[in-house]
Write a protein that binds this ligand. Structure first.
Ligand code: ADP
Ligand code: MG
Length: 290
């Protein structure tokens, strides 16, 4: 039988816009020591914008943007929308042999040219020398922008720096969680330098970066194997396996349906303040039972 105080704890959470699946989830939430956050759309707004374009090999900014946007027509990644918005073209050339390279970028042929668009790992895997834009890439990443590289016919052509602002309440919510003694971790497919810059800005001291979509759940499992009780906070389809693997999965409201269906706790508002509220209530409820 479920003690009354747990049932009232679940009800109290609902008043704070926190939907707790069952009594057991509230109990597990009270025992957590490590909170893992997805970056894009959870800590950040998930509305990235192109903030700078640098070119190499004699290409123009306009042409690089047009080709990159053409390629991104076939992608549903948030970065794709940022590039399409920046190009702001009424018509774009068609793409042949389009491919999504999960966790790395996209490729295809446009106007007879072979295009590759994505992170540095994608370029390195395809033998493309990133040296001409390495310095610009490093500088953008250190400021928290995600560098997206374009290669045309096997040669580096451009760098698009893309920035996704922090949610306005992320810092305050994380400061609250930090003062409660939780270990805070960021988990992202983005590169280490960008992830670290954003982590520092938002108040997270531990970063697991460069994780392929399939690797998020194993990253959670590795923390659990070290003896930690782990919550995963995320919003995307990509996050669902990690939400399921965690001791408590927490889905951001307004995120993907798959994330919400998988999570033990759903925040009605798309705000990290709800995580701090949920954990406060879980601890208070379980304390009252002792
Ligand atoms: P996350 O959602 O944490 O950014 P992803 O696995 O979706 O992680 O992507 C990892 C990285 O791969 C991105 O930061 C970006 O550099 C690159 N990437 C993925 N998809 C695209 C795309 N459609 N266009 C450009 N770059 C992409
Ligand atoms: Mg996300």
């Amino acid at each position: 039988a479920t003690p009354m105080s747990i049932i009232s704890g679940v009800g109290r959470a609902a008043e704070f816009g926190v939907l707790v699946r069952d009594a057991d989830a509230l109990q597990r939430a009270s025992e957590l020591d490590t909170l893992v956050f997805d970056k894009t759309g959870t800590l950040t707004e998930g509305k990235p914008r192109v903030v700078a374009v640098e070119v190499a090999g004699g290409h123009t900014e306009a042409d690089a943007l047009r080709l990159a946007a053409a390629l991104e027509q076939g992608s549903s990644h948030p970065l794709a929308q940022a590039i399409l918005d920046k190009a702001n073209a009424s018509s774009l050339p068609t793409v042949n042999a389009f491919r999504t390279l999960r966790g790395q970028g996209v490729s295809g042929e446009v106007e007879g040219q072979r295009l590759l668009l994505g992170n540095a790992a994608l370029m390195h895997d395809n033998g493309i020398d990133t040296a001409p834009l390495a310095q610009a890439m490093e500088q953008q990443a250190r400021h928290g922008s995600t560098p997206v590289l374009l290669a045309i016919d096997g040669t580096l052509a451009a760098l698009l720096a893309i920035r996704d602002p922090l949610r306005e309440d992320s810092r305050a919510a994380l400061a609250r969680l930090h003062s409660q003694g939780y270990r805070l971790v960021m988990l992202t497919g983005d590169n280490q330098t960008t992830a670290q810059a954003i982590a520092q800005d938002v108040g997270i001291d531990e970063v697991i970066a460069g994780v392929l979509p399939d690797g998020k759940a194993s990253a959670i499992q590795a923390l659990q194997r070290d003896g930690h009780k782990v919550a995963m906070v995320g919003d995307g389809i990509n996050d669902a396996p990690a939400l399921a693997q965690a001791d408590v999965g927490i889905a951001m409201g307004g995120g993907s349906d798959v994330a919400i269906e998988t999570a033990a706790i759903t925040l009605m508002r798309h705000s990290l303040t709800g995580v701090a509220d949920a954990l406060d209530i879980s601890r208070a409820t379980l304390r009252n039972m002792k």
